[in-house]
Design a protein around this ligand. Structure first.
Ligand SMILES: C[S@@+](CC[C@H](N)C(=O)[O-])C[C@H]1O[C@@H](n2cnc3c(N)ncnc32)[C@H](O)[C@@H]1O
Length: 218
């Protein structure tokens, strides 16, 4: 994939959120509900969400009392999130940061208890960028902390169709997706404890996704 695709996707997502405020709705996703149970059982307090969008999931974590840091590269989405957090009275539990995950996460080593990323790792990121991101997640997690991520995989109806950008990235309707195979999931779990890979569906296509849970060894 080219650097231009990453820049084009940044522009695309910003205009999509401007045209479709709160496009993912107000209810937390099923993976976020699952993650909240896992994080609570592990005694987590500080949770990082990558690719939070307008924050349907970050808001649910904040409502449950977690201290949430929400990252996304769309300022528009994060503004929608901040407005809703004020309306819901959970601003004290939430910090937003405009950040492109192709750069290092702006947090110290071992500073968060849990990391959640719903449909972020499968964005327009090269395999090398995904590996660098997961290594950086490992850096910011405390030992024993858990990463829960979801990705569209090669069983998805859109895999292998649309505009091919190489590296298993295909674009439909302006949205570029890096479809995962099981070899990539396994490679990303090196130096982690892989706890679960769960297949599920979301939306009308439906999107076919894996929910992956892996823990940083103590
Ligand atoms: C499929 S949406 C999912 C949003 C949110 N997780 C949800 O499920 O409601 C992917 C999100 O990732 C963000 N994103 C895509 N590429 C990114 C990047 N390189 N750095 C940071 N955020 C990115 C987009 O702005 C968008 O909000």
């Amino acid at each position: 994939m080219t650097a231009d695709l990453g820049q084009a996707q940044h522009t695309h997502w910003q205009s999509v959120y401007q045209a479709n405020p709160h496009m993912y709705g107000d209810q937390p996703s099923e993976p976020a509900q699952y993650a909240a149970e896992v994080f609570a059982a592990e005694g987590a307090t500080g949770v990082l969400e990558l690719g939070a969008g307008h924050g349907r999931d970050s808001l649910s974590f904040a409502r449950r009392g977690f201290s949430v840091r929400a990252l996304d590269f769309s300022p528009e989405a994060l503004e929608q999130l901040r407005v809703r957090a004020r309306q819901d009275g959970v601003s004290d539990h939430l910090t937003t940061t405009v950040h492109d995950v192709r750069a290092p996460i702006p947090l110290p080593d071992g500073s968060v208890d849990g990391v959640f990323a719903h449909m972020l790792l499968c964005m327009a990121l090269s395999t090398a960028e995904i590996h660098a991101l997961v290594a950086d997640v490992r850096r910011v997690l405390r030992p024993g902390g858990t990463l829960i991520y979801t990705v569209r995989y090669t069983g998805d109806a859109h895999y292998g169709t649309g505009i091919a950008h190489g590296d298993d990235i295909y674009e439909h309707g302006g949205f570029a997706v890096h479809f995962f195979d099981s070899a990539l999931v396994d490679a990303l779990a090196q130096q982690w404890e892989l706890r679960e890979v769960h297949a599920f569906e979301e939306g009308e296509l439906p999107r076919r996704l894996w929910r992956v849970r892996q823990t940083k060894p103590r």
